[in-house]
Design a protein around this ligand. Structure first.
Ligand code: NOJ
Length: 558
């Protein structure tokens, strides 16, 4: 195994941690998290073992879509600090071996962005064509909205200039016109700016909408050509500005459609994409206590180029998206994990974090995180998952999962010294509140979820087979068990996960192994000898095991 390859394509074995500066740590006591607070918590993240921070939008914003509505792409929102604080943070993170990527939100701007203010002031504005306009009345587009219930259509009438502008998301987020070369120049400049300040790449927001040319003029569409050519050009620009930088794209589509965004077999477009299919099917498997939906999904996951990677995740800052499941499957997941109407949103998702969905059952919670780190790909954590934070059901929609990080059992969860009414978001209350779930207590408890996740991260980092390898689903008789093997350059890790409450024994037959190999447990002490490639492995109810195939001359740490 060439371990040194892992420093080259670093993202293939990265552990990504997503956070929003405003809810992470408030250092100046105004109730809003800031870069200084985040910098004070870098050592916490370094000790957890993560290797890449994904910053949610931190740019100046009226904050009507949690910062995904930007008024200046070249600055830091005043509430969070200054550009100086940003650079100091990136430098400190890098010093601890952590790279930083950030949201690149260029499908749209805020309607308060100076470009849009200018664009809507007159049809002759130099920025008019930065956005997408139509003069004729649009048809009913209520079925095309991303946020049903919060949005009526995707065109909004502008009183002053008497035309309609395109907005794929909220009506205060006009879409930029990517078919306009001046917009593309700005996008490159924005990327170049943040790369120069130290970012190692971007999480690219809403990629399919960003690349589409709906509403652009015929001439513009013609000169723009194939949107994938443009994405390819962006990727090479990124590489020229910073060779190791990545684009992690949000493409919530089925695998077949995702392939095009990777750049097909050439893999010269997005470096990584979130694996929405596997994530959604995992919840179906959890609901059914049957591993087969997930196993079948992994079987049909397409092969991608050597440099590309899937990002695996359990939850993110949005709703738990279930739109790739069939209607019946989605209803099954709703019934299991979000039966009440207030837990559901947009007819396709749940506004809950994992632990409350699993009634706080520590066995199941650990099984799910063990699985996330064992699935082929690069794991992405959402802040607070490592301690098992829950949501605040009193907050509207997606905001329920965006509450302050729970550092201690103290006032405001140790997030801020401001009066509670001034906090950027209220802290979770009840069984998942800071009195029960917080970093401080878990740091001192060797059996805590925090320490368990740190162990998973360590073993994931020491098992590049998972991030780099080829994988296969292993035959075994239990529908509730997912058994898979990741192999890379002559070395293999096997993972077993039991989705059901009943313990079981899993017989495995591993082909082409010589007589002296043993299976070494990676998450607990234990060695299981193989007899002619066969072994019987016991699994607890909701149990999980990672095992490395070890030969007598093995030098690796178990
Ligand atoms: C996707 C982001 O994940 C979501 O939070 C946001 O509301 C939309 N893009 C619009 O930017």
């Amino acid at each position: 195994m060439r371990i040194t390859d892992t420093s080259d394509l670093w993202w293939k074995t990265a552990v990504v941690y997503c956070l929003d500066v405003e809810t992470f740590m408030d250092w100046n006591g105004d109730g809003v998290g800031d870069f200084e607070g985040l910098s004070h918590r870098i050592d916490y993240l370094a000790q957890l073992g993560i290797t890449c921070i994904w910053l949610m939008p931190f740019y100046p914003t009226p904050d009507r879509d949690d910062g995904y509505d930007i008024v200046d792409f070249y600055d830091v929102d005043d509430r969070l600090g200054s550009l100086g604080d940003f650079v100091e943070f990136v430098r400190t993170a890098n010093d601890r071996g952590i790279r930083v990527i950030a949201d690149l939100v260029v499908n749209h701007t805020s309607d308060k962005h100076p470009w849009f203010r200018s664009a809507r002031s007159s049809k002759d504005s130099p920025h008019r064509d930065f956005y997408v306009w139509r003069s004729d009345e649009p048809p009913d587009t209520s079925a095309e909205v991303v946020f049903p219930g919060e949005q009526e259509g995707i065109w909004e009438y502008d009183e002053k200039t008497k035309e309609y502008f395109l907005h794929r998301f909220y009506k205060h987020q006009p879409d930029l016109n990517v078919a306009n070369p001046a917009v593309r120049d700005e996008i490159a400049r924005i990327m170049g700016f943040w790369l120069q300040l130290g970012l190692a790449g971007f999480r690219v927001d809403a990629v399919p909408f960003f690349l589409e040319t709906l509403g652009a003029s015929e001439a513009e569409q013609q000169s723009f050509g194939d949107p994938h050519e443009y994405q390819r050009a962006l990727r090479s620009f990124l590489g020229r500005r910073r060779g190791e930088a990545i684009m992690l794209g949000e493409v919530g589509l089925p695998y077949e459609e995702q392939m095009a965004y990777f750049g097909g077999v050439d893999g010269d477009e997005l470096t990584m994409q979130f694996d929405f299919e596997a994530m959604e099917q995992m919840y179906l498997s959890l609901a059914r206590q049957d591993a087969r939906p997930l196993a079948e999904t992994l079987r049909r996951r397409p092969e991608i180029s050597r440099e590309a990677q899937f990002a695996t995740f359990v939850r993110n800052h949005d709703e738990l998206h279930l739109g790739l499941l069939s209607e019946e499957e989605m209803q099954e997941v709703f019934a299991a994990f979000g039966p009440e109407e207030r837990m559901q949103v947009y007819g396709r998702g749940l506004v809950r974090r994992l632990p409350p969905m699993l009634d706080g059952d520590p066995r199941r919670i650990r099984m799910v995180y063990s699985l996330m780190f064992a699935l082929p790909g690069t794991p992405v954590l959402f802040y607070g998952e490592e301690i098992g934070m829950g949501e605040n059901p009193d907050l509207d929609g997606r905001l329920a999962v965006r509450t302050p990080m729970q550092w201690s059992p103290d006032e405001n969860a140790g997030f801020s010294t401001a009066p509670a009414r001034k906090l950027v978001a209220p802290v979770v209350e009840g069984g998942f509140g800071p009195e029960h779930i917080n970093v401080e207590d878990q740091r001192h408890d060797p059996d805590s979820l925090l320490n368990f996740v740190a162990t998973l991260i360590r073993q994931f980092r020491e098992s590049p087979e998972i991030g780099w390898g080829e994988y296969e689903l292993l035959d075994q008789p239990h529908d509730a068990v997912l058994a898979h093997r990741c192999s890379w350059q002559g070395s293999s890790v096997i993972a077993l996960h039991n989705f059901a409450a009943e313990p079981c024994t899993v017989p495995l037959e591993l082909k082409s192994l010589d007589g002296d190999a043993v299976l070494v447990d990676l998450l607990q002490p234990g060695r299981t000898p193989l007899e002619e490639g066969r072994a019987e492995l016991t699994l607890d109810g909701y149990g999980y095991r990672w095992l490395r195939i070890s030969r007598p001359d093995e030098l690796r740490l178990a």
